[in-house]
Write a protein that binds this ligand. Structure first.
Ligand code: FE2
Length: 454
């Protein structure tokens, strides 16, 4: 029953073809200031291919071009890596960093559009989403690259890391605004713990090692598993050339965090870090889904609750607590506030394991504690909601949320544009076919660091 893998069914059913469509139908008034391209990646194996793990499915990138109140084009393309044609990651010479699913994220930096998967090199795409090839920053990147690099809104630098199950376990990199790697350093004290995401603040880099670590006995194709003996820790190091030497590791409660919501220094110099986190059972339920194994786990995200850590470097202590009872993932924010104390946070909610709750776009006000949920309709599921600031934005939440909705009843998808202030619908763009539910993407505005005007 290989066709019953959960990541090949329902909202996640792979798209079977590549299309290009122009002049898309728009309902409502698409704000003219939304001029740019939305790109979104997801694991989307070719027809007839059944990956042994959700994350082994080859990446397909979807692009939508908006300009002057119109939706000019949509196109979708597989990322053409050796893995798309079946090349193995592990070879007799070691890992092939070009054998990438390239299905986790897609970003733009330094004029290059890059599809990312954390065990591999990035794959460069053209503005029309055709694959250029593996990209190693002109020969200067010799590790894998996380799928969650952080663009510093102040400097324009791109901070990222490469992790590995064998030494060096963790290497930190900084690329300047033009995309040249200007700093690389091995991070002392790291382990083989799974590191999917990390954080930067204005003054620090924050790494998170949870309870999930390298497990060669795991044969799903992703050799990681929960181990109680794996110490969960947060690593805090100053930014700057000599920062890695000064890293300090702080013990925290067992858990696993996939995504950071944000991190910053508070007025007392403490590091505040937030992100949805699972416990042992939540990880097991999620892993069952990710691998299509029998057993409970009806969603790719189970028991994923937002946790807040407050690290006091002076006292050497960490205060941590769960701050919300809603299962969420895909945290986003106004990225001008990345690394700073943000008031507003966004996420996608999932039904809990009993089926309570449901899919929705969630907005948190971290000052008042208010939580607002925007449902998108029966049998419909939103994806990661990207914040795009309004022209001449004043308030932090003065802007739009862009989310691609998958509709099972109509076998269709739309881009839903919400007003980020009240979560009201501003416009809907009808896409020419269903877009499989998936992972991460980026809004690439025409102004500033945009990469062309396709
Ligand atoms: Fe991710």
């Amino acid at each position: 029953m290989t066709d019953q893998k959960p990541y090949l069914t329902g909202h996640y059913t792979p798209v079977v073809d590549e299309v290009t469509a122009t002049g898309l139908t728009v309902e409502g008034a698409l704000p003219p200031e939304l001029s740019g391209r939305l790109v979104r990646n997801s694991h989307n194996p070719k027809p007839g291919v059944t990956p042994t793990h959700w994350f082994k499915g080859s990446g397909m990138v979807h692009g939508l071009r908006l300009r002057d109140g119109r939706a000019e084009w949509y196109r979708n393309r597989w990322v053409r890596t050796p893995a798309l044609d079946g090349a193995p990651y592990l070879t007799e010479h070691g890992p092939d960093l070009t054998a990438s699913a390239a299905g986790t994220h897609v970003i733009e930096h330094g004029g290059r559009l890059l599809a990312l998967c954390e065990a591999n090199l990035p794959f460069e795409l053209t503005p029309e989403l055709e694959t250029v090839g593996a990209y190693d920053f002109g020969g200067t990147l010799r590790t894998a690259m996380t799928a969650h690099p952080k663009a510093d809104p102040v400097s324009g630098e791109l901070h990222f890391f490469g992790s590995s199950p064998v030494p060096p376990f963790l290497t930190y990199h900084v690329a300047d605004a033009k995309g040249r790697i200007v700093h690389s350093a091995e991070v002392p004290g790291a382990s083989a713990s799974l590191k999917h995401d990390f954080a930067i603040t204005r003054g620090h880099v924050v790494f998170v090692e949870g309870s999930v670590t390298f497990d060669p006995a795991e044969h799903s194709g992703i050799p990681y598993g929960w181990k109680d003996e794996q110490a969960a820790r947060i690593g805090v190091m100053p930014r700057g050339a000599d920062g890695a030497r000064a890293i300090r590791w702080f013990s925290v409660e067992p858990g696993n965090m996939l995504h950071v919501s944000n991190a910053y220094e508070d007025s007392r110099g403490r590091i505040v870090l937030e992100g949805p986190t699972v416990d042992r059972e939540g990880f097991a339920l999620s892993w069952n889904w990710w691998t299509g194994r029998p057993g409970r786990g009806s969603e790719p995200v189970s028991r994923s609750y937002t946790r807040r850590w407050v690290v006091d470097p002076v006292a050497g202590t960490v205060d941590e607590r769960i701050v919300d009872d809603l299962p969420v993932e895909f945290p986003t924010l106004n990225e001008e506030y990345l690394g700073a104390d943000n008031r507003y946070q966004y996420a996608v909610s999932f039904p809990d394991e009993a089926g309570h709750g449901g899919y929705g776009v969630v907005k948190y006000d971290r000052v008042t504690g208010a939580r607002r949920i925007r449902r998108v309709g029966d049998a419909r599921m939103p994806s990661e909601a990207l914040f795009v600031p309004a022209a001449d934005a004043g308030a932090e939440d003065d802007g739009y949320l862009l989310t691609v909705v998958t509709d099972l009843k109509q076998d269709a998808s739309q881009l839903l544009v919400l007003d980020a202030s009240g979560l009201d619908r501003v416009a809907t763009v009808h896409l020419p076919h269903r877009v499989s539910a998936g992972l991460h993407g980026s809004w690439i505005p025409d102004e500033g660091r945009g990469i062309g005007r396709g």
